[in-house]
Design a binder for this molecule. Sequence first.
Ligand code: NAD
Ligand code: UDP
Ligand code: UDP
Length: 336
Amino acid sequence: EDNNKQPPLPSPLRFSKFFQPNMRILITGGAGFIGSHLVDRLMENEKNEVIVADNYFTGSKDNIKHWIGHPRFELIRHDVTETLLVEVDRIYHLACPASPIYYKYNPVKTIKTNVIGTLNMLGLAKRVGARILLTSTSEVYGDPLVHPQPETYWGNVNPNGVRSCYDEGKRVAETLMFDYHRQHGIEIRVARIFNTYGPRMNIDDGRVVSNFIAQAIRGESLTVQSPGSQTRSFCYVSDLVDGLIRLMEGSDTGPINLGNPGEFTVLELAETVKELIDPDVEIKTVDNTPDDPKQRKPDITKAKEVLGWEPKFALRDGLPLMEEDFRQRLGVPKSK
Ligand code: NAD
Ligand code: UDP
Ligand code: UDP
């Protein structure tokens, strides 16, 4: 028996012998809604190696299960409030619950995720010389007094309300990004994302588009939170992912608004979903939550100029794609 004979290497290692990735990319929150679509897009490029770090609070392995076992993909169960040691060239830092129900569920954890989590990812970027992108939010504008919102607007935010763990958390995260940039020369990119929707949103995650679509498919009344005249602008997820990648690979630090400028009242959204999915469902008015912003619409002049980016999907194009995904997951095929 020849003890020196080596068994063949397992396939991922054998693969790596020939494979030299050009770009090693970390995506925190990559098992979530936007993160998993970003993973899909980045994995399409065979020069990329993608590492996802996620604690599965609002995300799920299901969203990325099609990549598990792929030699260019790695999944780490990790909470960004803890130190992370990996060697990468790019960090897309998305980890943070995005739905009000989830970010208010454990607000102290939400602010730790935003502050300590972002600090850790900046420390990592500093150690390995990576470029880091933060997914900030239109919530940094609070209940805006300027409409539509340009990046130069400083916002109207309640510093100690029930949404503060999220909106003030993201504002501190932006501060950290720019201080690491100014003080340590870290390459940063800051995206301010406006309401985004699409397949793989958590069915019961409480956000307005997912709520209305799930309710319409289940034949339940659509819950419009009063007054219903508040507005939002809804961006389809593939448009958004395109904007994030352009921002990361471009030369502007941001902040840059990424969103669809089409503005709808919540009642108009309910009526559109009703018309598209089931004209028989009812629309009912329910209580709203505190500090709900009354209007929101991105000024995307800067994204157009600097990134050559603008959304392609109108709301009426994107909703049916999301309906299809929700019907599949809810097991309710379209009957009419
Ligand atoms: P999501 O909840 O689907 O995804 C967030 C992911 O982060 C989940 O997979 C979750 O498990 C993970 N996560 C949360 N806390 C973590 C922690 N401490 N450590 C590691 N992982 C953690 O939300 P999303 O809609 O995909 O949002 C992604 C990012 O985009 C968030 O940073 C959010 O603030 C931002 N954003 C989203 C929207 C939107 O409309 N979807 C709008 C503005 C900003
Ligand atoms: N950090 C990390 N991974 C690294 C390097 C740093 O998670 O590869 C974290 C570390 O826990 C630290 C934080 O990033 O608390 C900030 O790091 P930095 O070097 O900026 O600050 P310091 O360690 O000097 O406080
Ligand atoms: N909303 C609603 N019905 C729902 C969920 C949300 O009318 O079932 C409203 C909510 O009051 C807000 C808007 O829809 O005015 C967007 O809420 P969402 O939680 O999706 O995101 P936000 O923009 O507040 O972060």
